[in-house]
Design a protein around this ligand. Structure first.
Ligand code: UDP
Ligand code: MN
Length: 297
């Protein structure tokens, strides 16, 4: 197997051969049909990735929403474990969006790391909280976040870091394989199938089912991703419909139309409820148990 081409990663493109070794994991898919790497534990050299980013003096943004009871339940652990594992040694800016800025826990931050709290109005329905993230992110990318970060990762808060999540995860655009669906045949994937929805994918369409709990990329890529999703959700709302998995359905449509430059294996966002899997060597993020009765109204 050859090394994946890296022409789509302008800022991190030089000599990716030093970083990636897709042959190290022959039992899993390490390259997409369009030539993007799917990174699994062992297929990259974290030190080389770290060095490259250090040389380029990049600032990495991490956005997370904590609205309603999600704040008390998940935010502290998410941030504390991010301090242990997320882009250690790099310049990092956390952006926490919440309707209660004063309630954001105080977390001791390492050198070169900052946390900004941004106010966001609370939506009534949890589906709207989730979907409104795209609009809020789009605005933020046009403001300070867009000016101070080179790359941004956008994450759900109901998870915590359990292993190193470093610059190897960065690229022009980044999508996360969904832990529950990566082994499923394409026709079974839970894409939106209603032809009235902007998120619709016809049978035979869709490369992978991506998880909206982790996505990222450059400012330009994320502006176009969030603009697409905002517009698509507005169109659906105008028709009185809502896609099956809300913002995630639209994200999946976007990545079908605009292929991600890098794909993260399910090790990067794993659900312990799935149980042991030989190919899941070192999970980076672990989902919290779904306690919807406690956190959703
Ligand atoms: N969220 C929030 N408050 C809510 C609903 C959602 O803060 O009332 C945010 C939070 O970051 C959460 C994300 O939106 O992780 C997506 O919602 P959720 O995790 O419940 O969706 P699921 O992972 O079940 O698809
Ligand atoms: Mn979640």
């Amino acid at each position: 197997m050859g090394v994946c081409p890296s022409a789509r990663m302008p800022l991190l493109s030089d000599n990716f051969t030093g970083l990636l070794r897709p042959w190290a994991r022959p039992e899993v898919l390490t390259c997409t049909s369009w030539g993007a790497p799917i990174i699994w534990d062992g297929t990259f050299d974290p030190d080389v990735a770290q060095q490259k980013v250090g040389q380029q003096n990049l600032t990495i943004g991490l956005t997370v929403f904590a609205v309603g009871r999600y704040l008390e339940k998940y935010l502290a652990r998410f941030l504390e474990t991010a301090e242990q594992h997320f882009m250690v040694g790099q310049r990092v800016v956390y952006y926490v969006f919440t309707e209660r800025p004063a309630a954001v826990p105080h977390v001791a931050l390492g050198e070169g790391r900052q946390l900004r709290v941004e106010y966001v109005a609370r939506e009534q329905r949890w589906q709207d909280v989730s979907m409104e993230r795209m609009r809020t992110l789009h605005e933020a990318l046009g403001g300070r976040l867009g000016r101070e970060a080179h790359f941004v990762l956008c994450m759900d808060v109901d998870q915590h870091f359990s292993g190193p999540f470093g610059p190897e995860a960065l690229a022009e655009s980044v999508a996360q394989l969904h832990a529950w669906h990566y082994r499923w045949p394409r026709w079974l994937l839970p894409f939106e199938r209603d032809v009235r929805s902007a998120a619709v994918l016809a049978p035979g369409e869709g490369d992978f089912y991506y998880h909206a709990a982790v996505f990222g990329g450059s400012m330009a890529a994320l502006r176009s991703l969030t603009a697409h999703c905002v517009q698509a959700m507005r169109r659906d709302r105008g028709r009185g419909i809502e896609a099956r998995w809300h913002d995630e359905s639209h994200l999946n449509k976007f990545f079908w139309l605009h292929k991600p430059a890098k794909v993260l294996s399910p090790e990067f966002c794993w659900s312990p409820e799935i149980g042991e899997r030989a190919e899941i060597r070192r999970p980076r993020l672990l989902w919290a148990p779904k306690e919807y009765a406690l956190v959703r109204d």
